[in-house]
Design a protein around this ligand. Structure first.
Ligand SMILES: NC(=O)c1ccc[n+]([C@@H]2O[C@H](COP(=O)([O-])OP(=O)(O)OC[C@H]3O[C@@H](n4cnc5c(N)ncnc54)[C@H](OP(=O)(O)O)[C@@H]3O)[C@@H](O)[C@H]2O)c1
Length: 249
């Protein structure tokens, strides 16, 4: 074990996860990197010295095998996707299952496998990737439901873990420049519409920096929530869309 401890980062093959691996490795952590795309993880391992674990986070048996041999001090629950993000009405049953299984169920299962060890060792830090979609209405019912779950998971976990010394941080980003929408939206025209905002988005390394800040805080300080948004992205407001009520009565 290195001086800083052992970290497990999920969703490490691209975007925020890869940036977190780079930052943690550069700051003296032994980093274990999990995702499905083995070649990407191998390249990241060559670059950073991280230990690659190519597996599907929805595969409970594979997760259990991994965690039987791993005792992370830091777990970054980052793997996630937005299948069905263009709308519940147009989403398929498969879109809904992929989003909930990846963004919620796998996170709960990995925590279930990780926390007993952290509790026994008397220390640990869990960082959950939420989203502004878990805080505000953003016209994304499926994805918002999954990230809203991460919000309440993080808050409830702090209560369940009180007295253990384990810290729980939730990171809530606005738009980050990653492959997220490439994975989420299959139709090229719809993808271009959603993806090309014309604004300066947050970089994955900006998010990794915020995570490193939370992780590096003194042991008695729990950075509970960090919300980051591009200066050019805002949320909220009311909209009014008149309906002809006479027609319906
Ligand atoms: N980009 C944004 O604007 C934004 C905003 C707020 C929150 N977030 C959240 O930030 C997190 C990271 O997303 P990102 O923006 O960095 O997107 P990304 O570049 O698409 O990265 C997603 C990562 O999750 C991994 N992943 C997906 N399904 C997986 C599975 N079944 N098993 C293992 N790994 C899996 C992917 O790896 P493989 O495909 O190789 O498995 C990839 O490494 C997500 O939780 C996302 O919801 C993103």
């Amino acid at each position: 074990m290195t001086a800083k401890g052992t970290a497990l980062v999920t969703g490490a093959s691209s975007g925020i996860g890869a940036a977190v691996v780079r930052r943690l490795a550069a700051n003296g952590w032994e980093v274990h990197a999990l995702a499905r795309r083995a070649a990407r993880l191998e390249a990241l391992a060559d670059e950073t010295g991280c230990v690659p674990h190519a597996l599907d986070i929805r595969d409970g048996a594979a997760l259990a095998r991994l965690m039987a041999g791993l005792a992370p001090d830091l777990l970054v629950n980052n793997a996630g996707l937005g299948a069905g993000i263009t709308g519940l009405v147009t989403a398929s049953r498969e879109d809904i299952a992929r989003t909930i299984d990846t963004n919620v169920t796998a996170v709960l299962e990995l925590l279930r496998l990780t926390l007993p060890g952290m509790i026994a060792r008397g220390r640990g830090h869990v960082v959950n990737l939420g989203s502004v979609a878990g805080l505000y209405p953003l016209v994304s019912a499926v994805y918002g439901a999954s990230k809203g779950a991460i919000r309440l998971l993080s808050q409830n976990l702090r209560l369940e873990l009180r007295g253990t010394g384990i810290r729980v941080t939730e990171i809530c980003p606005g738009r980050v420049a990653t492959e997220f929408y490439d994975a989420a939206v299959a139709d090229p025209a719809a993808r271009d519409r959603i993806k090309n905002t014309g604004i300066r988005e947050i970089s994955p390394d900006d998010i990794a920096g915020a995570i490193l800040y939370a992780v590096s805080a003194p042991a008695h300080v729990n950075v509970s929530t960090i919300e980051l948004q591009p200066v050019e992205q805002t949320y909220g407001g009311a909209q009014f869309d008149p309906i002809d009520w006479e027609d319906r009565e």
